[in-house]
Design a protein around this ligand. Structure first.
Ligand SMILES: Cc1cc2nc3c(=O)[nH]c(=O)nc-3n(C[C@H](O)[C@H](O)[C@H](O)COP(=O)(O)OP(=O)(O)OC[C@H]3O[C@@H](n4cnc5c(N)ncnc54)[C@H](O)[C@@H]3O)c2cc1C
Length: 148
């Protein structure tokens, strides 16, 4: 699928990390087409391994996302746009129209926001340097690291 004037997707999904990918997979099962916008800034982009997800233990979140992308591309129903969704408007026909940061416009019948959340770090010197390398957000991560 190419940017519009073109085809109307069943759903435009802003955010192509775990939530957006899972949504697209669910929609594919109902034979719905999706366009996923992602600018590759997932919350777990720090040096960290996947935990609590059966069969992915210890691998990187990027590997997991890449596998999911391949799976979705192979369905032929999902299009990935590696760009920032900059604005959304409602057209007079009731469609959602996303404009990305390359200026391309995309239309869809529904809009799904999977943009994640942003961490606000304490203003402590060295905190970010140690984040996930000694300063753990997940207690279970600390236990795994200190046990090994
Ligand atoms: C250090 C750390 C370790 C973690 N480890 C684990 C773990 O081991 N196991 C586990 O289950 N969970 C873990 N988590 C939690 C997990 O990372 C989050 O639950 C998960 O990333 C949430 O997924 P999401 O899709 O909701 O949001 P995100 O992963 O934050 O993804 C949002 C996506 O939307 C994109 N985006 C946002 N706005 C736009 C826009 N306007 N246009 C285009 N793209 C946009 C971003 O670039 C990003 O890719 C960890 C979190 C952290 C911080």
């Amino acid at each position: 699928m190419k940017a519009i004037d073109r085809l109307t997707a069943d759903a435009l999904i802003i955010g192509g990390s775990h939530a957006g990918l899972s949504a697209a997979l669910t929609l594919y099962r109902s034979v719905h087409t999706t366009v996923i916008f992602d600018n590759n800034m997932p919350r777990n982009s720090y040096a960290t391994a996947v935990r609590h997800t059966s069969t992915w233990e210890g691998r990187t979140p990027a590997e997991m996302r890449e596998a999911s992308r391949k799976e979705l591309v192979s369905t032929g129903l999902t299009t990935f746009v590696d760009a920032t969704a900059e604005s959304v408007l409602r057209t007079s026909e009731g469609l959602f129209e996303v404009t990305d940061n390359t200026g391309s416009r995309w239309q869809g019948r529904t809009l799904l926001l999977a943009t994640g959340s942003t961490d606000i770090f304490p203003d402590l010197e060295g905190y970010l340097d140690l984040y996930t390398r000694g300063m753990y957000v997940l207690f279970s991560e600390k236990r795994v690291r200190t046990a090994s």
